[in-house]
Design a protein around this ligand. Structure first.
Ligand code: MBD
Ligand code: FE
Length: 252
């Protein structure tokens, strides 16, 4: 962000929030409740959950306004750099008897003119069958259901994992208390998170949902978009899904 843009947006945010305080007659005690809420959510290990639930999809829509590649999606609060690098056949790290139905996820990585990208990296993370993320929620081995793998010479990839369930925002935490106060439910539809990167292309943050899944129409984070919903097809051994990613060149 350039300094001139910083000044423009921060001064406008300042004006907007001061107007808001006057408009609603926000008292000092209410102001302090708001700052405590933000601090508490971070201390409770909710990372950026509170702000991501309310605002991240709005910023992502701005990025998606003029698009040459696949639609971007919200990253959410639980991405971590440095997930294990997997060798083929790719299987996301999991416990010996990981709960959940087996999911084989396949696709390709290409450029906007349909050239396949070999050696593109997919960095994937998801909730387990209890709806919990490793390295964030307790009692799960580090890096469980998180991993990086690369596309083959023909630009294709395949990874085996489990079908995630809908994600429920922790009920007892600060973000949950806000949602409860608003009378909203706590669910996000089931989803897979992926980042896709290749040298010379813009990194894509994606997130894929499953057609006909619960909460697609009422995501608590308001982040479902048509281009991000994939079919979940039954097979003899579980389910399969596919998505073809298109990476675009850097914007500037
Ligand atoms: C998630 O898994 C998520 O993706 C978002 C955006 C918010 C909370 C939990
Ligand atoms: Fe998520």
């Amino acid at each position: 962000m350039s300094n001139s843009r910083f000044v423009e947006v921060v001064e406008d945010l300042e004006r907007t929030l001061l107007d808001f305080i006057r408009k609603h007659g926000v008292t000092h005690s209410e102001y302090r409740q708001a700052t405590d809420l933000i601090i508490d959510s971070i201390k409770a290990g909710e990372e950026s959950l509170l702000l991501d639930v309310f605002f991240e999809a709005g910023a992502t829509d701005v990025d998606n306004a003029d698009l040459a590649g696949s639609m971007a999606a919200i990253e959410g609060p639980f991405y971590l750099e440095g997930a294990p690098l997997l060798q083929a056949p790719h299987v996301l790290p999991q416990r010996p008897a990981e709960k959940g139905d087996t999911l084989v996820f396949r696709g390709t990585v290409r450029t906007p003119d349909n050239t396949v990208l070999a050696g593109a990296e997919l960095d994937m993370w998801q909730a387990d069958a209890d709806g919990l993320y490793s390295n964030i929620h307790p009692d799960i081995p580090d890096w469980n259901l998180r991993g990086r793998f690369t596309t083959a010479e023909d630009g294709s990839f395949e990874v085996t994992t489990i079908v995630p369930p809908p994600y429920e925002i922790p009920k007892g935490g600060p973000t949950g208390r806000v949602l409860n106060g608003l009378g909203r439910h706590f669910f996000r539809p089931a989803h897979l998170h992926l980042k896709v990167r290749a040298d010379g292309f813009r990194e894509l943050t994606s997130q894929l949902y499953f057609k006909d899944g619960d909460y697609l129409g009422s995501d608590v984070a308001s982040a479902v978009r048509d281009g991000l919903v994939v079919e979940l097809e039954r097979t003899d051994s579980g389910y399969e899904a596919r998505y073809d990613f298109v990476l675009e060149p850097p914007r500037r």
